[in-house]
Design a protein around this ligand. Structure first.
Ligand code: ZN
Length: 261
C-alpha cells in the first residue's frame, strides 16, 4: 500500500524544475505535508486550478522518496474568487503562514483543520474582518494547545472567578500565557521591568474576548470592535511563533483605516 488519501488545505506552493510544483498541504489525517504535483505548470495539466492557494481538496498521493506525489485531486471548496480582494488575500496569507509556522510536519491536528475550514467558510461567505481574524487567532492557538488563559492567572493559577478586575482593567501577558493577577503583574514587573510584555484591556473588552473564545468563527465575525480584539489576540500569536509573521505587516497596512477617509 504505497498510496493514501487526505482531505487538505493548500497552505503554500513553489515551483520545482520546469513544470512541477511543490505544495505544502495541511491535511486532516496527517497534518502538514509536502507533495509534488507533476506537470502542473503546463497548460494541459490535469490538476488545472485545483491546487490554488487555500483551496480545500481531496487528494490521493503516492509515497515518494523525497516528496509524496499527487496522483488525483478533487476540489472541495475554493475561495479563489474572494482572494482578488487584497484585504482578504492578506488575511488568508496571514492565517496560512501562522498555521504553517506552528505545525510540525506529519502531526495530525484535526481541531486545527476544523478551525481552518471554518475560517475558509467564513471568508467565503463574508470576506475577512478584524473580528474574524481575532477569533481565528484565538481558535488556532487553542487547537494547538496555546490558548490564552482567560479564567485564571496564567502565572500563579489563582482563579479570576467573580472577583472584580483591578481598576476595571484586565492585564494579559502573552509570555505568561494569558491573564495575570495584580500580585503577579507587580512581581513580573519587579523581576524584569523592561521585559514585561503585559498589556491591559478594559473590563468590557476583556468580556468580549471571552465571548469570542466561546463563539463559533461565524458568530465571532459579527462582533463589534474587531480591531481592539485583534490588539489583544495578535501578541499571543507573535509570542507563540517567536517572531512577527511576514504577512502581518501587509495585513496590518491593508486593514488599518485610511487616515483621511
Ligand atoms: Zn497570579
Amino acid at each position: 500500500m504505497n498510496s493514501y488519501s487526505v482531505e487538505a488545505l493548500v497552505l503554500r506552493a513553489r515551483a520545482l524544475g520546469e513544470a512541477d510544483r511543490v505544495v505544502t498541504l495541511f491535511s486532516r489525517e496527517r497534518g502538514k505535508l509536502q507533495a509534488v504535483a507533476r506537470g502542473v505548470r503546463k497548460s494541459a495539466s490535469r490538476f488545472g486550478g485545483r491546487l490554488d492557494f487555500f483551496t480545500r481538496l481531496h487528494a490521493r498521493l503516492h509515497v515518494g522518496r523525497t516528496f509524496d506525489v499527487l496522483t488525483a485531486v478533487r476540489t472541495v471548496r475554493t475561495v479563489w474568487e474572494r482572494l482578488v480582494d487584497p484585504q482578504v488575500f492578506a488575511a488568508v496569507s496571514y492565517v496560512a503562514e501562522v498555521a504553517d509556522a506552528l505545525c510540525e510536519p506529519g502531526l495530525a491536528v484535526p481541531e486545527l483543520y476544523d478551525v481552518l475550514c471554518q475560517f475558509q467558510d467564513a471568508v467565503g461567505a463574508a470576506g475577512a474582518s478584524d473580528a474574524l481574524l481575532a477569533a481565528t487567532e484565538y481558535h488556532v492557538l487553542r487547537a494547538l494547545g496555546f490558548a490564552p488563559e482567560l479564567d485564571a492567572c496564567s502565572h500563579c493559577g489563582a482563579a479570576l472567578a467573580r472577583r472584580p478586575l483591578a481598576k476595571a482593567r484586565a492585564w494579559l501577558s502573552p509570555r505568561s500565557g494569558g491573564l495575570v493577577c495584580t500580585a503577579c503583574l507587580h512581581e513580573l514587573r519587579a523581576e524584569a521591568p523592561a521585559a514585561s510584555d503585559a498589556f491591559s484591556l478594559s473590563a468590557a473588552l476583556f468580556g468580549r474576548l471571552r465571548t469570542l473564545r466561546d463563539a463559533t468563527l461565524e458568530q465571532a465575525a459579527a462582533l463589534e470592535g474587531g480591531a481592539d480584539l485583534r490588539r489583544a489576540t495578535r501578541p499571543f500569536v507573535t509570542a507563540t511563533m517567536g517572531r512577527t509573521p511576514r504577512s502581518l505587516t501587509v495585513a496590518t497596512a491593508l486593514t488599518s483605516p485610511r487616515r483621511n477617509a
